[in-house]
Ligand binder design. Structure first.
Ligand code: MF3
Ligand code: CO
Ligand code: CO
Length: 274
């Protein structure tokens, strides 16, 4: 695997891993904070009766009013500013006129670009009162994300991250989606390397200080297989089981990691209505 100082790198994903310096980390802090603030803002709006289109507009306006650009809008033909993935939708749900119902669970995925840097983050939210199994899936998925993050340090590998996530998910009789992965990012939305959410310790790409990437496990209550609907975006579980996802953007430091997308309000994982 090749690594390059990001200052010497072409602004494209050519498979070489960029190592970012202080400037990149500072840029990611600002973009990541706006992403986290957007999700903090939307939390109270996720209630039965709201449409995903309204969620999209609230997030879009919040981001643009603060000088950000919504990376998903126009990305490879995506027509909205955020992704909204309800219940058995795994990822890349397209906002529209569908209203949330009591007990629905939804992933909202935002990526503001601030001064050229991408703050990619998503969380689960619940409209009204979720079922016991939905709650359990959300808690397991959040734990998967944090266990994956916790092994990040120079010398660890992407296989270590995947193993931490997969072993926990499967110990809870859940499955890890294979078709989508985390990714390097920075001034590019989707960059090398891929961060897969399953794997074997010691295998994959070695992590080095200065790498910036997302971890964004998608965990299913049933089997891991997914299919993409006719719209070319919406990925759903083949067995229609519930799916959940959380995503942080982080950087590798000399001693471990720095998460750029932590919630200023401590809303990283949803509090549940009783
Ligand atoms: N935010 C998603 C990710 O985590 C990517 C969405 S691409 C879009 O990588 F076009 F669907 F917005
Ligand atoms: Co991402
Ligand atoms: Co995302």
């Amino acid at each position: 695997m090749k690594y390059i100082d990001s200052k010497d790198a072409p602004q494209q994903n050519n498979g070489v891993i960029k190592l970012h310096g202080a400037e990149g980390f500072e840029g990611m802090r600002k973009a990541g904070r706006l992403g986290a603030e957007t999700l903090d803002m939307i939390a109270e709006h996720v209630v039965p009766g709201i449409t995903t289109e309204e969620i999209n507009t609230l997030c879009h306006d919040f981001i643009t009013e603060r000088g950000g650009i919504c990376a998903p809008l126009g990305y490879r033909g995506f027509t909205k500013s955020v992704c909204t993935s309800i219940n058995h939708v795994v990822c890349h749900g397209i906002p529209g006129p569908k209203k949330l119902k009591d007990g629905d669970i939804i992933n909202i995925d935002v990526t503001p670009i601030v001064d050229g840097w991408h703050g990619d983050t998503s969380r689960m939210f619940v409209a009204g009162k979720p079922s016991v199994k939905a709650r359990r899936l959300i808690d397991i998925t959040y734990e998967c994300l944090m266990r994956g993050i916790d092994v990040v340090k120079p010398g660890a590998t992407t296989g270590d991250i995947g193993h931490a996530i997969q072993s926990y998910a499967e110990s809870k009789r859940c499955s890890v989606v294979r078709d989508f992965c985390g990714h390097g990012l920075g001034q590019i939305f989707h960059d090398a390397p891929n961060i897969v959410h399953y794997g074997t310790p010691g295998e994959g790409v070695e992590l080095r200080a200065g790498m910036i990437f997302t971890i964004e496990p998608m965990i299913n209550l049933g089997k891991w297989q997914v299919k993409v609907l006719e719209d070319g975006w919406t990925a759903v579980t083949k067995d229609r089981s519930l799916s959940a996802q959380f995503e942080h953007s982080l950087g590798v430091t000399e001693t471990g990691y720095e998460i750029f997308t932590l919630s200023p309000e401590g809303l990283n994982c949803p509090p549940y209505a009783l």
